[in-house]
Write a protein that binds this ligand. Sequence first.
Ligand SMILES: Cc1cc2nc3c(=O)[nH]c(=O)nc-3n(C[C@H](O)[C@H](O)[C@H](O)COP(=O)(O)OP(=O)(O)OC[C@H]3O[C@@H](n4cnc5c(N)ncnc54)[C@H](O)[C@@H]3O)c2cc1C
Ligand code: FES
Length: 280
Amino acid sequence: MNDYQINTVKIENIEEECKDIKSFTFNISRSNIDNVRPLPGQFIMVWVPGVDEVPMSLSNADSNGNWTITVKKIGDCTEALHNLNVGDYIGIRGPFGNSFIFPKDTSRLIFLVGGGIGMAPLKFLAKEISKKKMKFILIEGANYDKEILYIDEFQTFSKDISKIFYCTDDGSFGTEGFASKVFQEELKNYSKNQLSNALAYTCGPEKMMFEVFKICEEYSIILEASLERMMRCGCGLCGLCAIDDLLVCKDGPIFNSKILRNLDDFGKYKRNFSGKKIKI
Ligand SMILES: Cc1cc2nc3c(=O)[nH]c(=O)nc-3n(C[C@H](O)[C@H](O)[C@H](O)COP(=O)(O)OP(=O)(O)OC[C@H]3O[C@@H](n4cnc5c(N)ncnc54)[C@H](O)[C@@H]3O)c2cc1C
Ligand code: FES
């Protein structure tokens, strides 16, 4: 794989997930990366011709070369993406970064805790965990009811989800409150022994992930968190995505508890586009 080569792909399908969030599917079979099989947690750089290039996690990738990204409209590039139609072309580079690690022991207690657009890589992970016939507990948080993602899709692998919780900041859907709070409450239902074998995966606002991390530390649960930082090259060249002395695009975006414990910036600081440290 050439990290710098842009592959042009045609948008095959667009799904309106909810207000301001759409999923775009394209097929890579006729590109230079036709033999690449991305893993949950990996991301791609998406170039919208004439606008910008931005990082996006993969929310799905199947064995026929259909890859999907789920995009929240928040600025120029994501708005331009939202204005594209089926049949339009975008450029992609990647997949980049590491991936979530599946447990070898299929009997482990697994928690997926996500918030907002952070559900995108967790949905891909949930699908792959389901394929391995492992059960998991899913906690999805959103600002309000219209931003809850993938309800129908989660129904399709519901036999693998032992429990599913929805929560919203304003209480308009599911429990009122943050996903981290629901996670903390749910943990009270398990014995110390059960939790000693648990594993948690999280993606979403960093403040939420930091809370999830602290809870996991309290219960000695191993956590994998998907972090976001400003990215320009996506492949270890520009240094913009630095967190402490690591690069989110190369060393991450998935970081486990062992690494998170030693990251001073985690949950506290990020860098803006000019590289200046700002409070999260
Ligand atoms: C590894 C990774 C995975 C991501 N996955 C998704 C995803 O699955 N779905 C999704 O909707 N969004 C995802 N994002 C965030 C997405 O990249 C930004 O929303 C997007 O870049 C915004 O661009 P814009 O021009 O629309 O908005 P702008 O107005 O340019 O920026 C709005 C905000 O988006 C963030 N942002 C802007 N440019 C970048 C950049 N180059 N790198 C990182 N953050 C940026 C900043 O917080 C900024 O304040 C991911 C980011 C990273 C780092
Ligand atoms: S985005 Fe350039 S080094 Fe990570």
